[in-house]
Design a protein around this ligand. Structure first.
Ligand SMILES: C[S@@+](CC[C@H](N)C(=O)[O-])C[C@H]1O[C@@H](n2cnc3c(N)ncnc32)[C@H](O)[C@@H]1O
Length: 232
């Protein structure tokens, strides 16, 4: 099923939107906390997106497809002066994140609950310091590769919204997706891969807490790559 936003069909989301029914408290948070934290795309973006946050922030970082939210919550706690926008269309994951936001009391998180391309197109030029795309849906079958979030169109979106010198971080356990991303970034021309040697891309990012999807990949014997690109 596709959803529409301002007349546009969902462009880059092909997954499930909902799993098992939410518990009562989760439903309540979706009704109350989600509207408070949700970025409202129906009004123009502030010229300075730091204004989206209740607390003063000097950097803004976007996480696309935060899943269980463990990385987003960890990073937001670790970097109180950074504002985080987390995007996740899967309802149960959003509900889980809202619980964690409530429990931790973190004030430097905003969210968006639909296709990240919509948020990317709303953001002003050069407004982000970092984009994290961690274990995006791998679409391992060749005939599904065109569904992968990394594409020339989305790299162009990243390039527009990242500040010069901003970072695009991509982690995956799927070799073909890692190669795909390296190739797409090279062909785009606006991203410089920062790795100097193999240990740079085989070593998790500093302070890395892991993610739920990564834990599953590890259990199944797959190793991950952690790519960092500089927006040039
Ligand atoms: C394989 S999971 C990884 C989740 C988490 N990052 C982790 O490592 O555990 C990919 C996530 O991306 C989300 N996703 C897929 N397409 C998306 C899109 N167009 N915009 C935002 N999120 C998307 C999915 O709902 C899913 O939760």
């Amino acid at each position: 099923m596709t959803t529409t936003f301002k007349g546009r069909a969902t462009e880059a989301f092909f997954g499930r939107r909902m799993g098992k029914p939410l518990r009562e408290l989760q439903t309540e948070r979706m009704k109350t906390l989600l509207p408070a934290l949700q970025v409202d795309l129906s009004t123009g973006a502030p010229a300075n997106i730091a204004e989206l946050f209740l607390v003063p922030v000097d950097r803004v970082r976007l996480e696309i497809g935060f899943g269980g939210g463990e990385h987003l919550i960890h990073r937001a706690g670790e970097n109180p002066n950074t504002g985080f926008i987390g995007v996740e269309p899967f309802v149960n994951s959003m509900a889980k994140l809202l619980t964690q936001v409530e429990e931790t009391g973190l004030k430097n998180i905003r969210v968006y609950d639909d296709d990240a391309t919509q948020l990317l197109d709303w953001l002003p030029d050069a407004s982000l310091d970092q984009i994290d795309l961690l274990y995006p849906d791998p679409w391992p079958k060749t005939r599904h590769w065109k569904r992968r979030f990394v594409s020339q169109v989305n790299l162009e979106r990243f390039h527009r919204v990242l500040k010069p010198g901003g970072l695009f971080c991509f982690a995956s356990d799927i070799d073909t997706y890692v190669n795909w991303t390296l190739l797409h970034c090279r062909n785009h021309g606006g991203f410089a891969w920062t790795a100097q040697n193999a240990s740079d891309w085989m070593t998790p990012y500093q302070g890395w807490p892991g993610t739920r999807y990564e834990a599953k990949a590890k259990r199944e014997g797959r190793k991950s790559a952690y790519l960092t690109f500089l927006r040039v």
